[in-house]
Write a protein that binds this ligand. Structure first.
Ligand code: SF4
Length: 62
């Protein structure tokens, strides 16, 4: 399960740019995980997004 913390996200859009199939930006300007996201298919890209998020807002749990 992949999550974005609203309180940490600054809406920079880096995660969406890296893997728009998984992350999108909501009307408030914060990232969220798309309901139709294929977490297994994009595992590598999600790890990149986690590493590149400037505020560490993305987390992953098994
Ligand atoms: S990379 Fe991090 S701070 Fe930037 S939009 Fe995504 S979750 Fe938010």
């Amino acid at each position: 399960m992949v999550k974005v913390s609203d309180s940490s996200c600054i809406g920079c859009g880096a995660c969406q740019a890296l893997v728009g199939e998984v992350f999108d930006i909501n009307d408030d300007g914060y990232a969220y995980v798309r309901e139709d996201a294929n977490i297994e298919k994009y595992e590598e890209e999600i790890n990149d997004a986690i590493e590149n998020c400037p505020t560490g807002a993305i987390s992953k749990e098994d």
